[in-house]
Design a protein around this ligand. Structure first.
Ligand code: ATP
Length: 201
C-alpha cells in the first residue's frame, strides 16, 4: 500500500484536508488520535508518563492532566525529549499496526510532527499542508482559546515554513476557500490512485 504522510504547521488545515480525502473513501491513520488513545487510563504510556514526570501529571480520576504535561515540556527541551522517547515508538508501532489492517490503494497517515521527529515514520510521499503564518494565527485564535502570542510561540517551536516546504513531495496550498481546497484534494487523490496502481504492476 502506498503510504502518504500528511503534515503541516498548527492550524494549516491538516484535519480539514483529511476529512476531504476521507470523502473519497481513503483510509486515514491519525497520529494525534492514536497518541490520545495511548494515554487513556490503563494504557502503558500513561503509567510511564506518571513514572517519569510525577503523579502530579494525573488528574484525581487517574486521567492525564494534558495542560500540566504541555506546560512541563514546552519550556524544557530535555523533558520534551523524554516524552517523545516514550510516545513516538508507541505511536509509530500503532500506526504500523493500523496500516497493516488496511486494504486500500493508498492511505493517508497524518502526523503533525512527521518532519520534526528524530526517527520519523517512513512514508512513500510527504504531503505538506501549507499556508502563511498570519493565516495560521488567524485560524487558531478563532478556533481555540489562545492568544496571538501563544500561537506564535507554538509556530516558533515547529519547523519553519520554508524548511517544511523543502521536504515536501506534494503541497496543498490552503489559503483560499473550501472549493479550491477540495479541487486540490481531488487532483492529488487521482494522482495517488494512479501511482498506487502503477506501483503494484
Ligand atoms: P492543528 O494543527 O491545530 O491540529 P489543523 O492543521 O488540523 O490544526 P484544521 O483544524 O483543519 O487545522 O484547521 C484550522 C482551523 O481553520 C479550523 O477551524 C478550520 O475549520 C479552519 N480552516 C481550515 N482550512 C480553511 C480554509 N481553507 N478556509 C477557512 N477556514 C479554514
Amino acid at each position: 500500500m502506498l503510504k502518504i504522510g500528511l503534515t503541516g504547521g498548527i492550524g494549516s488545515g491538516k484535519s480539514t484536508v483529511c476529512r476531504l480525502f476521507a470523502e473519497f473513501g481513503v483510509p486515514i491513520v491519525d497520529a494525534d488520535l492514536i497518541a490520545r488513545q495511548l494515554v487513556e487510563p490503563g494504557q502503558a504510556a500513561l503509567s510511564m508518563i506518571a513514572r517519569f514526570f510525577g503523579q502530579q501529571m494525573l488528574n484525581q480520576d487517574g486521567s492525564l492532566n494534558r495542560a500540566r504535561l504541555r506546560d512541563a515540556v514546552f519550556t524544557d527541551a530535555d523533558k520534551k525529549r523524554e516524552l517523545d522517547g516514550i510516545m513516538h515508538p508507541l505511536v509509530y508501532a500503532q500506526i504500523a499496526a493500523e496500516v497493516n489492517t488496511l486494504t486500500a490503494d493508498y492511505c493517508i497517515i497524518a502526523v503533525p510532527l512527521l518532519l520534526e521527529s528524530k526517527n520519523p515514520y517512513v512514508v512513500d510521499r510527504v504531503l505538506v499542508i501549507d499556508c502563511p503564518v498570519d493565516v495560521q494565527i488567524a485560524r487558531v485564535t478563532a478556533r481555540d482559546k489562545l492568544t496571538r502570542q501563544q500561537v506564535q510561540a507554538i509556530i516558533d517551536s515547529q519547523m519553519s515554513r520554508p524548511e517544511r516546504l523543502s521536504k515536501a513531495d506534494d503541497v496543498i496550498e490552503n489559503i483560499a476557500g473550501p472549493e479550491q481546497l477540495a479541487e486540490q484534494v481531488k487532483r492529488l487523490h487521482n494522482s495517488y490512485t494512479l501511482l498506487a496502481t502503477v506501483r503494484t504492476q
